[in-house]
Design a protein around this ligand. Structure first.
Ligand SMILES: [Zn+2]
Length: 256
């Protein structure tokens, strides 16, 4: 059983022992790194590819998640840069994602497309693994990251940012933060029976909030500010023991 990190700023500070690996899947080849942390071998996957080359709507999510499955990953700890539409969550803060609202438009969200691959529905009562949510929360409290609580993630298609009217709508629907990648990443992990969790790093206010225009350097600053603390967080996360509580992440798929 392996753990995987998807992201993510600061992760290379974890270890000097990095082995690059190309994993061939039915959906394409995926490059990732195997990193030795203590007595564990962790898989690190750069979600957008090396050099941040794939925009959110063109990420090969199925290949990424199948590669992790083939590497025998059971637990996934993702990081994602998000904008905030909740006044309680300011740029520089971090939140643990506990649910999502899906506004993506053109992404394949399943490995099951009928015919030989059958038809299946994945259960979404707890899209994010409750055990890993607890572990993220425990570990984050041991760092100097500004943890502000759990949050509902709105996933948009991107790559454009949202309009002010869209953000007002998402607020009314119960969204706290917005990003472009957790769907279908979270959904596909669940189809493969892996436990998935995500830490949201607030990089900016959403459009129309605080009257500030989103600028690239603000996002870079927020990520850079947390770099050291994120490394600390992952060392704590990866070295703490496993929870005793049994989750149902590997029993969420209903195949017809
Ligand atoms: Zn789980």
């Amino acid at each position: 059983m392996r753990k995987a990190i998807i992201g993510g700023t600061g992760i290379y500070g974890l270890s000097n022992e990095v082995e690059q690996r190309t994993v061939e899947t039915l959906y394409g080849a995926v490059e990732c790194d195997l990193i030795r942390v203590g007595d564990q071998e962790i898989v690190f996957l750069a979600r957008h590819g090396k050099g941040h080359s794939a925009p959110p709507h063109k990420i090969n999510y199925r290949a990424n998640m199948m590669a992790l499955k083939q590497l025998e990953v059971k637990e996934i700890y993702a990081t994602c840069a998000v904008g905030s539409m909740n006044p309680a969550f300011e740029p520089g803060d971090v939140v643990v994602i506990n649910d999502f609202l899906d506004f993506t438009k053109s992404r394949v969200q399943t490995f099951y497309e009928g015919g030989e691959t059958k038809v299946a529905h994945v259960e979404m009562t707890q899209p994010y693994c409750p055990n890993l949510i607890d572990r993220f929360k425990n570990a984050v409290s041991l760092t100097d990251l500004s943890y502000k609580g759990e949050a509902v993630y709105v996933c948009t298609e991107g790559p454009r940012f949202e309009t002010a009217a869209e953000i007002r709508m998402y607020q009314k629907l119960g969204g706290d933060v917005v990003g472009m990648t957790n769907v279908p990443e979270c959904v596909l992990a669940k189809e493969l029976g892996m436990c998935y969790s995500a830490l949201g790093i607030i990089t900016n206010w959403c459009t129309g909030i605080e009257g500030v225009q989103i600028e690239g350097h603000v996002i870079d600053e927020a990520m850079g500010k947390n770099k050291e603390s994120l490394t600390q967080l992952f060392i704590k996360l990866l070295t703490q023991g496993s929870s005793e509580v049994k989750c149902r992440c590997d029993q969420s798929l209903i195949i017809l």
